[in-house]
Ligand binder design. Structure first.
Ligand SMILES: [Zn+2]
Length: 268
C-alpha cells in the first residue's frame, strides 16, 4: 500500500516516464494506483470488485454458440468466475489492454481458489496421471502487448488450486497459433471461427506429452466459444481428452446470465 510519502513521489515523478519505469521495475509500489473496476484510489483491485471473482465458478457454456460439437457429444462444460460486464469488464480490459499487469495477480489468486471448488466435479473424468491445464494460446499481437507468459501464469495458478485439493495437475502451454490467425479482438462470431479454424495446433515437441491425457482448458474471457472450440479440436487431434474449460469471465447471453449452473459433482 503506497504511503503518503510515496504518493508525493508519484506526483513529483509523473513527468519523467524513464524514471517512473525504473520505479515500477523496483516493485510497482511507488506509483499511486486505482482499482480499474471502480476507480477506488490506492487499490490494485478494491475489496468490492474482488468479490466479483471470489465465489465458486459456475457453468457458462450455454451462452457460447460456437462450442456446439458436431459429433453429437454434449457441449463442452465451461466454468467461469464472473459475468463479463460492468466493473468486471473494466478489470479485464485494464489487465489485457491498458498495461495493468498487476491486476493479473488478483486473477491468478481467484483461479487458484476457484479451481479448488471444481475438483469434485473433475475427479470422475480424469485419468490417474492427473490433469493438464492448458492455456488458450495468445495471438502474436497479444503476446507483444502482454508478454509470453500471461496465459501460462493463469494456468499455473489453476493447476496449483487443483493440486491443493488432491487432484494432481500441471500447467502445460502446449498450444500455439499458427499462420495468419489474427487477434480475436473486435471480430464477430463467424469471423472468430474462421480466424481460428486450423490455426491452433499442438506444438510439435508436445504431441507425445498430451496423447492420452485429460485436459482442462484455461482462457481469460469466454465470448463465442470459438477459441475454446479450436483449442479442443487441436488437442483431440493430438489424442488428448478435453473435459472442460475454466475462464475468468464470460459474456452473458442476451437474456442476462441465463444458463448459470453452480458447481456440482455431476457437472462433467
Ligand atoms: Zn473496485
Amino acid at each position: 500500500m503506497p504511503t503518503t510519502a510515496t504518493r508525493s513521489h508519484g506526483r513529483t515523478l509523473r513527468f519523467s516516464s524513464g524514471l517512473l519505469g525504473g520505479l515500477v521495475d523496483l516493485g510497482g509500489l511507488v506509483l499511486p494506483v486505482s482499482c480499474p473496476g471502480c476507480g477506488a484510489y490506492d487499490e490494485v483491485v478494491c475489496a468490492q470488485c474482488l468479490v466479483l471473482i471470489s465465489g465458486p465458478p459456475w457453468r457458462c457454456e450455454a451462452a457460447a454458440g460456437r462450442l456446439d460439437r458436431m459429433d453429437g457429444r454434449p457441449i463442452l462444460p465451461v466454468w467461469t468466475l464472473a459475468p463479463y460486464t460492468g466493473p468486471m469488464r473494466e478489470l479485464v480490459v485494464a489487465w489485457k489492454d491498458r498495461g495493468r499487469a498487476d491486476v493479473g495477480g488478483r486473477f491468478e489468486a481467484a483461479l487458484d481458489r476457484g479451481m479448488r471448488h471444481l475438483v469434485p466435479a473433475l475427479l470422475g473424468g480424469t485419468t490417474p496421471d492427473g490433469l493438464l491445464v492448458v492455456p488458450a494460446p495468445s495471438s502474436a499481437a497479444a503476446r507483444r502487448r502482454r508478454g509470453d507468459d500471461v496465459g501460462a501464469r493463469l494456468a499455473r495458478a489453476a493447476a496449483r488450486g487443483c493440486s491443493t485439493e488432491g487432484l494432481r495437475a500441471v500447467a502445460a502451454s502446449v498450444l500455439v497459433r499458427r499462420g495468419r490467425g489474427r487477434d480475436q479482438v473486435g471480430l464477430g462470431a463467424r469471423a472468430r471461427s474462421r480466424n481460428l479454424a486450423g490455426h491452433v495446433v499442438v506444438r510439435r515437441h508436445s504431441a507425445a506429452a498430451v496423447r492420452g491425457r485429460t485436459v482442462l482448458l484455461l482462457d481469460d474471457v469466454l465470448t463465442t466459444g470459438a477459441t475454446l472450440a479450436a483449442c479442443e479440436q487441436a488437442l483431440m487431434l493430438a489424442g488428448a481428452v478435453v473435459i472442460g474449460a475454466l475462464t475468468i469471465a464470460a459474456t452473458p447471453s442476451p437474456g442476462g446470465t441465463a444458463g448459470r449452473v453452480e458447481v456440482g459433482a455431476d457437472a462433467v
